[in-house]
Design a protein around this ligand. Structure first.
Ligand code: AMP
Length: 463
């Protein structure tokens, strides 16, 4: 496992990363950081959720600190362009978080809010300006912002910016920045328009690319189980009646939740432990070693703690609670499909988590197939979570099937979860890439369902 320190990052950044609970760089970070620290231009093919923000923010912060220079009035040393104000806020926050041990000035400029505070913030000049193209151009035209001393330009989610019609503002903005700058362009997709933009703004760029989220997700056999909160614990415990649940990584949102679930499983005779930030290093290492060596069957973790878990052969990822950040879902379930292997991801969704499920489905651009068969199925939640679709009719008897859901109608919700589009009728990120079809019973056969689930028969997802 590579460490952040091996990528050449300075102590103030390492300290900030440690405080965030990041133990190791993500693939895009590992690939990008060394190049960007050298001041090279870069073309990055990566989606949200891959850690792309830190992959450019960290080296940029370090270079800002190394090349000590004061920002010129009304200007910025670093300009990051983003398609939306939400992303601008997120990126701005990341720069603040990672740069908390540096003395740097930041500003956000986006539309939909008053200009005066933005003009005031920019008056003295800032180190890092994160902006959306339209408002930035407005303020440039008013003489409130000038870009003739920008040292680094980042175009984040460039494909989405072009889809939103920002090509002209972008061209005008780029033309106002000195050619001697460092330029980074991130895009989730590479349509011709992006190739054209990249060719015109980048100078001998290195190209880095990480596997799109969707292809990781595609290898994983996912199911959502709608269940009332009070039944979650019993449902979870009973999953372990199936022997194929050999090594399960279980996620909770909180550290206390992780402890409670691990204790509950232990009491039910399922060897388990919890791993989270409140545990000593020694206790964490022991839990991990026990998990790797098969002394425990279940490891219950929070998202942050799980980032450092490097264990092969995880048969199941179980989301005891759904994450409120959709990207975390992708990180979580990716734990069971390492090194090209496939895996199983089961998500328990109660009434309060339906909105999380919807965000997840938008992010992964596919519907998570519903398990209607488990004994604690909550139809009142399913009717909301499954876009109001009724339970499929005419399903075969569970016990007569090698696979409990073989031969049933597709349970995904079609190509487009809930019939929603992330971007006004375009796929999310406006990528032009078709949404992934909601998948039905993939990988049927071969794996028995849960015996001994309440209600009997082969139930729940493939165990
Ligand atoms: P991004 O793709 O930049 O939107 O990042 C996705 C999420 O991953 C954000 O919540 C980051 O805070 C988190 N993140 C980024 N890098 C790491 C890392 N190396 N370890 C753990 N979490 C990370």
């Amino acid at each position: 496992m590579t460490l952040f320190s091996e990528l050449g990052l300075d102590a103030p950044l390492l300290k900030a990363l440690e405080a965030e609970g990041y133990t190791s760089p993500t693939p895009i970070q590992e690939q990008s950081i060394p190049h960007l620290l050298q001041g090279k231009d870069m073309l990055g093919l990566a989606q949200t959720g891959t850690g792309k923000t830190a992959s450019f923010a960290l080296p940029i912060l370090q270079r800002l600190d190394q090349i000590k220079q004061r920002a010129m009035p009304k200007s910025a040393r670093v300009l990051v362009l983003t398609p939306t104000r939400e992303l601008a806020v997120q990126v701005g926050q990341s720069f603040k978080t990672y740069g908390c041990h540096y003395r740097l000035r930041h500003a956000l400029v986006f539309g939909g809010v008053g200009m005066v505070p933005q003009i005031k913030t920019m008056a003295g000049g800032v180190d890092v300006l994160v902006a959306t193209p339209g408002r930035l151009l407005d303020l440039m035209n008013q003489g409130a912002i000038r870009l003739d001393s920008v040292e680094v330009l980042v175009l984040d989610e460039a494909d989405r910016m072009l889809d939103m019609g920002f090509i002209l503002p972008i061209r005008k903005i780029v033309a106002a920045i000195p050619k001697s700058r460092q330029t980074v362009l991130f895009s989730a997709t590479m349509p011709d328009s992006i190739v054209g933009l990249a060719n015109s703004v980048l100078h001998q760029p290195v190209r880095v690319e990480v596997t799109p989220v969707s292809s990781t997700v595609d290898k994983i056999d996912q199911k959502v189980m709608f269940v009332d909160r009070e039944n979650k614990r019993t449902l979870l415990t009973e999953m372990f009646a199936c022997k194929t649940v050999e090594r399960a990584l279980i996620f909770t949102r909180t550290k206390h939740g992780a402890n409670r679930v691990a204790e509950m499983l232990e009491k039910s005779g399922i060897p388990s432990d919890a791993i989270h930030g409140n545990k000593s290093q020694g206790a964490r290492q022991k839990a991990l070693a026990d998990f790797k060596d098969g002394r425990i069957r279940a490891l219950v973790a929070t998202d942050i703690a799980a980032r450092g878990i490097d264990v092969d052969g995880i048969t199941h990822v179980i989301n005891f609670e759904l994450p409120n950040e959709p990207e975390s879902y992708v990180h979580r379930i990716g734990r069971t499909a390492r090194a090209g292997a496939s895996g199983i991801a089961l998500s328990l969704c109660d009434a309060d988590e339906v909105s999380y499920l919807r965000s997840i489905e938008k992010t992964i651009r596919q519907a998570v197939p519903v398990d209607y068969e488990h004994a604690y199925h909550a139809p009142h939640i399913a009717s909301r979570g499954a876009g109001g679709k009724p339970k499929p009719q005419g399903r075969p008897q569970a016990h007569s099937q090698a696979h409990p859901q073989a031969g049933r109608p597709q349970q995904g919700r079609g190509n487009n979860p809930h019939g929603e589009h992330a971007n006004g009728g375009k796929p999310a990120h406006g990528s032009g890439r078709p949404a992934q079809p909601g998948r039905g019973p993939a990988k049927a056969g071969g794996k028995p369902g849960f015996k001994g689930m309440p209600g009997g028969g082969q139930r729940a997802a493939r165990g």
